[in-house]
Unconditional design. Structure first.
Length: 135
């Protein structure tokens, strides 16, 4: 039985796979760009020219990058028999939602989606071991 734990945020994902007594750990970078949008007046005086900010273009590019990031993770976990997803912020929930919407067979293998703070590699491994030991 292959059990997989995935800790992820917008920057990277840690995948811990436990297959009987074998344990593997893998890091997948997201390659999602951090956009620092600047806008507003180009001159110190009032009423000067304004920069036009195309938020939708940046958000669309970020959505494409996140989709590619999620697909890279999914490629690594398709043969798992039990999956737990955890991490800070909303990325873990967004990843779980993507699986439920697009990968029905894989969605049935998700045992939990949990909130967790940032962790070191060893803390991620221990968290996954504890989760599957208690379930």
């Amino acid at each position: 039985m292959k059990k997989t734990g995935i800790w992820l945020d917008k920057e990277k994902a840690y995948i811990v796979t436990i297959d009987n007594t074998m344990e593997t750990f893998e890091t997948i970078p997201s390659n999602v760009e951090h956009y620092n949008i600047h806008g507003g007046s180009g001159t110190p005086s009032k009423g000067g020219p304004q920069d036009v900010v195309q938020d939708s273009r940046y958000l669309e590019r970020e959505n494409h990058q996140i989709k590619k990031y999620f697909n890279n993770i999914i490629d690594k976990i398709t043969d798992s028999s039990a999956i737990v997803i955890f991490g800070p912020a909303q990325t873990n929930k967004r990843f779980a939602k993507t699986i439920h919407e697009n990968y029905g067979a894989l969605a049935k293998k998700i045992e939990a989606v949990k909130k967790a703070d940032s962790m070191t590699d060893n803390q991620v491994k221990a968290w996954v071991k504890d989760f599957f030991a208690s379930s």
